[in-house]
Design a protein around this ligand. Sequence first.
Ligand code: G6P
Length: 606
Amino acid sequence: MCGIVGILGHKAVAGDLVDALRRLEYRGYDSAGVATVENGHLERRRAEGKLKNLEARLHNEPLQGRAGIGHTRWATHGRPTENNAHPHMNERVSVVHNGIIENFGELKKALIAKGHRFETDTDTEVVVHLIADEMQKGCDAIEATRRTLASLRGAFALAIIFAGEDDLMIAARQGSPLAIGHGKGEMYLGSDAIALAPFTDEITYLEEGDWAVLRRKGAIIFDRSGKQVERVRTKSVATSLLVDKGNHRHFMAKEIHEQPEVISHTLANYLDLAEARVSMPDLGIDPAGIRQVSISACGTAYYAGLVGKYWLERYARIPVEIDIASEFRYREPPLPANGLALFISQSGETADTLATLRYCKSQKQRVASVVNVRTSTIARESDAVLPTLAGPEIGVASTKAFTCQLSVLACLTLALGRARGTISSAQEEELVHALAEVPRHIATLLRNEPSYEKLAHDLAKAKDVLYLGRGSSYPLALEGALKLKEISYIHAEGYAAGELKHGPIALIDENVPVIVVAPEDDLFEKTLSNMQEVAARGGRIILVSDASPDRAGCELEAHVAMPKVHPFTSPLLYAVPVQLLAYHTAVFMGTDVDQPRNLAKSVTVE
Ligand code: G6P
């Protein structure tokens, strides 16, 4: 989603601003721009589409200013045109913004009534006019910004520069993350530390409601009440090397192939393999007394949570409530005393997931999070953090983060099951061994990648694709459909196999591929029956299973052979074929695999 950068430098900063924006590209965007203070006045360049368009613009019309801000925009209010691209500005002030200003409608109306003329369809432009209005009344830049911030509602991050102020930048954080970078006589600002890694590793994260006045010699930070505050300076571990694709064509391919390694790292963090025991950090709640686990997440992370529900209920015998964060937060469900609230997020910044976390805190739940970015807001606001060690995930479609989330949830299930006495030591040992084998099995599966290409060529011709699964394979069907639609733009739906006859069966004909995710577990025969129903209506079945194709009892268009594994670990393995099918279909269709249209990696608006 939108990325913000800012630099108070010693030489022209436009090039460095674009470099920093490139490091935020993975978040997803559809236009970009930079502005600098040049001989006392503000100048900007903006372009629709990718950063190369902005670079071409800067090449033809360079910017010379030493103080500047930059932005990649993921459109919320107004189409992704050059005119709506940030920075937004007038002759006094220039603003970049991430998030949504919820009361922009009423603010805009009042400003128009005062004679302000708006040039864009964005919510952001009100900030420009509000600050200019206060300056018109005689306020200096800092006081005008302070007053403006007090009138804004919503979740946002802002970076602001001013005409005539070559040594001033104001940053504000209310809901969307912002990191200040400390250089030698230079200062930086970014949506995350990754953007600033080539310039500095000395980072201060602004906290909720903070705003900061940056000058080359340092930053002064104020909290929501206007009181000057100190915030810790940390050493960032974000690498200055732009994470590259290695020998792979896309980040998504690289990340799929990294799974054996990152799952190993993640499991090693929670398992004592020598003793075949799980070793979880203390969650600060007595596992035996947990009355309910409430899981909340978005997108792929939600599907990881759904697998977690099957596991926790079956193996640890704990009731699990799970909901998509955007629904959970407004449902305001009653939550029991001694409840554990669990949040799953790759980025740790997803706005809805964060809002749900805060709701659960207000309901006195113990809050634990499974996150990939340890410095993220969700991690920082949790009582306990269970990190996934997936490393940076750049492809918008989540792959390795998903399987690492599953790895952590599997370990948590064992830890809670053992503590509650619902699994014996012998079972624990068996399940730990099963988990330890997962990376090796995935490595074997990946060696078979070429076989997915042929399947993908056929899938690419489909207009609709159905995915079916039962039990803990049901979330895999949902994830498979999500992956395919995200990156190939083919309409796909995941269904619980037993639900097929309550609606989706009406869609089945010889043009609809039906991908059946069905490990040979205790539900296999039930799923087989549903498969027969598809076959009887001429559907084209692709069976992903460790069962022999002879067991299908009907004609298969294809059979994706899976290794025999413990049913507990099958969701981790079956994630891989659904990822590869989606990936190769998208590659064959020539879509932008790593940055699919309209999608963002880090969703900081609700
Ligand atoms: C976006 C991404 C998905 C991700 C979801 C939740 O939609 O494109 O890949 O699953 O957000 O993100 P999170 O960072 O909270 O896991």
